[in-house]
Ligand binder design. Structure first.
Ligand code: ZN
Ligand code: ZN
Length: 481
């Protein structure tokens, strides 16, 4: 989802005024407003829709997909052999499930970044090793590493206020904290330390930067993630300490004196390789009614096995499409896309939008916020389809889902399609646990709660059954996303 977008545009990064709002993409600084809209009263629920929704609550197809991907493939870093194997696995699985027009749509992926050696230790005054992970696009230290004093900043704002040139000869350490929020909005503010912190530190002369992981846990697993450097700024080594190690280092700083760190990071850029989106369809009976585009992303960070980010998203959407397919031919074609590359810049979504620019999409919707229960539905449908939105809210209410009034269409992978004015629907999952494990070694099958996963499938099945079969005209969004 949009909250996951790790990168900001170069234009935003070159700003010299260190205002947080100016340095984040609008999508991060303006999360969907959680204004409630009452669920409509007196709207009948189609018995077939209700039956499908209830059947989904007992369906374990999604769990089997997450289990298969995490067990038979594992981590799926962009441009990797693992990721190529995952595409082949996906094609075989989707064909076996009965989907039509299953294929890989290849594209070239540039600037592939690969992790190397990564170690850190406090040299003085309290010698001990620290756990960390290099951030995507981090530069490398010399092979023997850097041994330098730390410049400590309790928050990203403090780093932004540091005088120009004040970090020369130092390793910046930013330890801003993040609290869990149901809508995930705290990722936008806390995440700034990762999205743009290294760029800001580099511009102030820092030799390297370590940040407290962007996470809500207190464990020793670092949270990986991408960062980016503006054109004209020389990248510096950049890494995320586990939250526990960051807290330890913070305590050392508070004891006073100079803390010296030895840091070794040897990532490298391996250039361009082929990647691809995996596409599968449930053909509709009325091609003129437009495509219902759904999916999640197949790639993952490398520390875990990418269960909640985002095997669960592709599993939920695929399982729902399969249930609707089994119920009979829908009016609209449902196209499920396992987007190839979300984590390093949303390249899969861009490749999809380019390739399918001439096609009519009715609605786009993606799942990329873990596997915990859906708590809110938001729609951005044209006035011609306002009744669809009402039917949706009514049919989802028994799953404990409330209706929000934000502008739907969140998600990095569908963003390029949404930007063309296509209508969007968001089924928002609870983010209260998501950032405990996001991008960490703990993102594994064990994080999936089968019952909450089934509730997700039920919500998506309900949405697809209503939207793919709606007699109303759906196409353009009502409001600018
Ligand atoms: Zn994701
Ligand atoms: Zn992610």
């Amino acid at each position: 989802m949009i909250l996951d977008r790790p990168f900001v545009s170069a234009a935003l990064l070159v700003l010299t005024t260190p205002s947080l709002a100016q340095q984040l993409p609008p999508s991060v600084t303006q999360p969907a407003v959680a204004r409630p809209r009452p669920t409509p009263i007196g709207i009948p629920i189609d018995p077939q829709v209700a039956a499908l929704r209830d059947k989904a609550l007992t369906d374990d197809t999604a769990y089997a997909i997450v289990e298969g991907l995490t067990t038979e493939i594992g981590p799926r870093p962009p441009g990797s052999t693992q990721q190529a194997r995952a595409r082949e696995w996906a094609v075989a699985r989707l064909k076996k499930m009965g989907f039509r027009n299953v294929r890989i749509e290849p594209y070239a992926l540039d600037n592939i970044w690969e992790r190397g050696v990564e170690t850190a230790e406090v040299v003085s005054p309290y010698p001990q090793p620290l756990r960390l992970a290099a951030l995507g696009n981090s530069a490398a230290t010399p092979a023997e590493g850097l041994t330098l004093p730390i410049a400590y900043f309790a928050s990203f704002n403090d780093l932004a206020l540091a005088p120009a040139g004040s970090l020369k000869g130092k390793i910046a350490f930013v330890s801003n904290q993040m609290q869990p929020t149901q809508d995930g909005s705290s990722y936008g503010s806390a995440g700034a330390a990762r999205f743009v912190g290294p760029n800001v530190a580099a511009k102030k002369g820092a030799e390297a930067i370590v940040i407290r992981s962007i996470g809500t846990d207190h464990g020793r697993g670092p949270h990986a993630g991408g960062t980016n450097f503006a054109a004209g700024v020389t990248p510096i080594p950049a890494a995320a300490l586990s939250v526990s190690d960051a807290e330890n280092l913070e305590r050392m700083m508070k004891l006073g004196g100079t803390v010296t760190l030895h840091l070794v990071l040897t990532p490298r850029n391996v250039g361009t390789r082929q990647s691809g989106n995996v596409v599968a369809e449930v053909p509709g009976s009325d091609p003129a009614a437009g495509i219902v585009l759904i999916g999640g992303h197949l790639d993952s960070w490398d520390l875990g096995t990418g269960a909640i980010d985002d095997a669960s998203g592709i599993a939920i959407t695929t399982a729902a499409a399969k249930l609707v397919m089994a119920a009979g031919r829908p009016r609209r074609t449902i196209r499920v896309v396992w987007f190839g590359d979300e984590e390093t810049g949303g390249w899969g979504g861009l490749a999809y939008a380019r390739r399918h620019a001439g096609e009519r999409h009715a609605v786009a919707s993606e799942s990329d916020f873990g596997a915990d229960r859906v708590w809110r539905v938001e729609t951005n449908l044209p006035p011609s389809a306002s009744a669809v939105s009402d039917r949706l809210a009514t049919a989802l209410a028994p799953l404990g889902i409330v209706r929000g009034a934000g502008t739907a269409g969140d998600g990095t992978d569908i963003a390029p399609v949404i930007r063309t004015g296509v209508a969007g629907i968001d089924l928002n999952q609870s983010g209260l646990r998501y950032f405990d494990w996001h991008h960490t070694p703990e993102d594994t099958l064990e994080r999936i709660d089968p019952e909450q996963l089934r509730q997700n499938v039920a919500a998506w099945t309900t949405m697809l059954a209503i939207v793919a079969n709606a007699p109303e005209e759906i196409g353009s969004a009502a409001r600018k996303p």
